[in-house]
Design a protein around this ligand. Structure first.
Ligand SMILES: Cc1cc2nc3c(=O)[nH]c(=O)nc-3n(C[C@H](O)[C@H](O)[C@H](O)COP(=O)(O)OP(=O)(O)OC[C@H]3O[C@@H](n4cnc5c(N)ncnc54)[C@H](O)[C@@H]3O)c2cc1C
Length: 563
C-alpha cells in the first residue's frame, strides 16, 4: 500500500494488534516474524529503515569470540547459529570472511575470564596465543555439527609473515578463522520489510513516522514528512527504538525506568590501496595497545577500520570526534607498521550507539552484549503492555525478534505457526549456490530481458535474485548509465524509487546503495539524482533544492564528507 494510503487507513480505523516503534533490524525482524504468523502489525520508523545502530555496526556477522572472555556463552552460541543461518538465508548479503588475529604474546590474558567472573577485572590484560587458542577451539566446538566454514588454524611467525608480509615482525604467531560479514545491512533491513508486507497485507511499515506521545489508550504518531499527526490504538506495543528506547518509553507514557546505557562506536572508510593489499582479503582482528579489540576490514576497493566504545547519553549526538579519528588511524601501525595512513585517505566515516543494557561505571567493553526483553505490563494507566528490546547483536536479530514476537503472540493469545529459521530474505530467495547454477540463472535472465551478461552479473552481485525484477523493469524502458556514476543506470534508480520506500536523496545514497559509503558521492551526482527523483516522484524545484541541501548537510555533519 502506498504510504499515504496506509496513513489514511489508520485515520479511518486506528485499531491495530501490534505497534512496533523503531525500524532497525530488531524492530523489522519482529515485524517480519509477526507478519508471517498472521498478526496485523504496524511498524513506524522516525527516519529511514535501518538508519540507527543497525547502520553503524562493524558489518560483522559473528559469534563474537571476545564475549567468551565475559562468560557470554549463550550469546556466542546463539550468534554462531544465527551467523550460519544468515549465510543460508541471505547469501546475497552475508559472506564468509577469513579473519586473522596477529598475536604478540604466548601466555598473557589467561586470567581475564576468571578475574572477570570474580568481578576483579575492569580492563582485560593482553590476550596471548594460548587464550586465543582456547577461545577459537571453543568457537569451532560450538558449530561442530553444522560446520558451514573451515576450522581455525595457527601459523608460527615465519609462515604468518610469508602470508601477510606487511604484518608487524614483532608477532610470535597468527591465528585465522572464519566468520561472516555483510556489506549492506541497510538493504537487509529494507528487504525484510518488503518481504513482511508481501507476506501479510495487514502489515505495513512506514519510514519517517515517529511515535511522539501516548495517552494510555492510544499512541500518537507524527508523519515527519509533513507534520500530520495520527492516533493509533494498539493491543501491544514493541519498543524497538534501540539506543532511543528510554526516550520513546518516556514519550509514550511508559517511562520511569532506565533500560539503556549507550556506547558510541565510530568507523572510518579509507581509500588506502596499500592497506587493502596488506590485509589480503582477510579481516585483521587485533587487540590495540589499550586492550580494546579493533578491526581492519577490506571493504570492496576501500578499507574499514573501527571501532571505539565510549559512553554517550544522547544517541542523536553521536558523531566521530577528532580524538577518535586519531585513535583509529594510529591503531593501524600496531599491525602494519610500514603502511602510512592519514586523514587525506578518509572517504567516509560513521558513528552509532550500541543499545546496551543499563549499567553504571565500569569498562564499556565489559558490558554484556546479550539481548533481553523488558516488559511493562498493561495497567490501569495504560491499556497495552510495552515490550522493550534491549541490546543484542545484529547477528542474532532473528532469534531476538522471534522472542519478541512470541511475547506479542502470547499477549494476543495467538499460536506461532511459522518459524523464520529457514526463511530466505529478499534477493536471497532461490539463490543459485554454485557457479553452474548462477550461470544458468543469468543465462535464463539474459534470454528474457536481452540485457548484456556483464550488466546482469553486476545486478546479481548488487541485489541477489532481486536482480530478476530489476532487470525486467530496466528492460521495458529507455535506460542509460548515469552520467556521474556510470555503474548505475537511470532505470535501476527508478526501480528503487518506485519499489523501495525511498523518500529522500540520502535514502538512496546512504542505504539503498553503497555509493556514499565508498566515497563516491559528488555534487554532480547529487544534482543528477535530484533530477531523476523530481521526474519520478513529482518533486518541484523548491523540494529539489531543499533535498540537495539536506543530503549535503547530512554527509558533512554525520559522515565528515565535504562536497
Ligand atoms: C559501533 C557499533 C558496532 C557494532 N558492530 C556489530 C557487529 O559487527 N556485529 C553485530 O552483530 N552487531 C554489531 N553491533 C550491534 C548492532 O548493530 C545493534 O545491536 C543492532 O543494530 C540494534 O538494532 P535495533 O533495531 O535494536 O536498533 P536501531 O538500529 O538503532 O533501531 C532503532 C530505530 O528506532 C528509531 N526510533 C527512535 N525513536 C523513534 C520514535 N520515537 N519513533 C519511531 N522510531 C524511532 C531509530 O530511528 C532507529 O532506526 C554494533 C553496534 C554499533 C553501534
Amino acid at each position: 500500500m502506498a504510504r499515504q494510503n496506509t496513513l489514511d487507513a489508520l485515520r479511518a480505523d486506528p485499531e491495530i494488534s501490534v505497534l512496533i516503534i523503531g525500524g532497525g533490524v530488531n524492530g523489522i525482524g519482529t515485524f517480519r516474524d509477526l507478519a508471517l504468523n498472521g498478526v496485523d502489525a504496524l511498524l513506524v520508523e522516525r527516519g529511514d529503515f535501518g538508519s540507527g545502530a543497525s547502520a553503524a555496526s562493524s558489518h560483522m556477522l559473528h559469534g563474537g569470540i571476545r564475549y567468551l572472555e565475559n562468560g557470554e556463552f549463550r550469546l556466542v552460541n546463539e550468534a554462531l547459529r544465527e551467523r550460519d543461518r544468515m549465510l543460508l538465508n541471505a547469501p546475497h548479503y552475508a559472506k564468509p570472511l577469513r579473519t586473522t588475529i596477529p598475536i604478540f604474546r604466548w601466555f598473557s590474558g589467561l586470567l581475564n575470564a576468571p578475574l572477570k567472573f570474580l568481578n576483579l577485572l575492569d580492563r582485560p590484560g593482553e590476550r596471548g596465543a594460548l587464550v586465543i587458542k582456547i577461545g577459537l577451539t571453543f568457537y569451532d566446538f560450538l558449530v561442530r555439527k553444522e560446520r558451514a566454514m573451515p576450522q581455525h588454524e595457527f601459523r608460527l611467525r615465519e609462515a604468518a609473515l610469508r602470508e601477510y608480509p606487511g604484518l608487524n615482525p614483532a608477532i610470535i604467531c597468527a591465528a585465522s578463522y572464519y566468520d561472516a560479514w555483510m556489506p549492506s545491512p541497510e538493504r537487509i533491513c529494507l528487504e525484510m520489510t518488503l518481504d513482511a508486507e508481501a507476506a501479510n497485507s495487514r502489515c505495513q511499515a512506514l519510514n519517517y513516522v515517529s511515535a511522539i506521545a501516548g495517552d494510555g489508550e492510544g499512541v500518537v504518531l507524527r508523519d515527519e514528512l509533513c507534520g500530520a499527526e495520527y492516533r493509533v490504538k494498539p493491543k501491544v506495543v514493541i519498543n524497538a527504538a534501540g539506543p532511543w528506547i528510554d526516550f520513546v518509553n518516556e514519550d509514550v507514557g511508559a517511562g520511569g525506568q532506565r533500560f539503556i546505557s549507550g556506547t558510541k562506536g565510530s568507523h572510518l572508510i579509507l581509500d588506502q590501496p596499500e592497506l587493502l593489499a596488506a590485509a589480503r582479503d582477510s579481516e585483521i582482528f587485533f587487540e590495540n595497545d589499550d586492550g580494546r579489540i579493533v578491526l581492519i576490514l577490506p571493504f570492496f576497493n576501500r578499507v574499514m577500520i573501527g571501532t571505539t566504545d565510549i559512553r554517550i547519553d544522547n544517541p542523536d549526538e553521536a558523531r566521530i570526534t577528532d580524538a577518535e579519528i586519531d585513535y583509529l588511524l594510529a591503531m593501524v601501525s600496531k599491525v602494519f607498521p610500514r603502511v602510512r595512513v592519514d586523514q587525506s585517505q578518509i572517504v567516509f566515516s560513521f558513528s552509532g550507539v550500541r543499545p546496551l543494557p543499563y549499567s553504571e561505571g565500569g569498562a564499556t567493553g565489559q558490558i554484556s552484549r546479550d539481548h533481553s526483553i523488558r516488559t511493562l505490563p498493561a495497567s490501569g494507566k495504560r491499556a497495552y503492555p510495552v515490550h522493550s528490546l534491549i541490546g543484542g547483536k545484529w547477528t542474532a536479530f532473528r532469534a531476538f525478534s522471534e522472542q519478541a514476537a512470541d511475547q506479542a503472540l502470547d499477549d494476543l493469545d495467538q499460536p506461532r505457526t511459522v518459524s523464520t529459521e529457514n526463511i530466505s530474505i529478499g534477493g536471497g530467495r532461490a539463490y543459485p549456490r554454485t557457479d553452474a547454477e548462477r550461470d544458468a540463472w543469468l543465462g535464463d535472465l539474459r534470454r528474457r530481458t536481452k540485457l548484456p551478461l556483464p550488466r546482469l552479473r553486476q545486478l546479481f552481485e548488487r541485489y541477489g535474485t532481486r536482480a530478476e525484477d530489476i532487470a525486467a523493469f530496466i528492460a521495458v524502458g529507455n535506460d542509460h548509465a548515469l552520467k556521474h556514476h556510470p555503474s548505475y543506470s537511470r532505470r535501476e534508480i527508478e526501480f528503487m524509487l518506485q519499489f523501495e520506500k525511498i523518500e529522500h536523496l540520502d535514502d538512496l545514497l546512504l542505504r539503498r546503495t553503497l555509493i556514499a559509503m565508498l566515497g563516491e558521492t559528488t555534487r554532480d551526482l547529487i544534482s543528477e539524482l535530484a533530477h531523476i527523483y523530481a521526474e519520478s516522484l513529482g518533486w518541484n524545484d523548491e523540494r529539489k533544492v531543499n533535498e540537495v541541501e539536506r543530503v549535503i548537510d547530512i554527509l558533512r555533519d554525520k559522515h565528515r564528507v565535504a562536497l
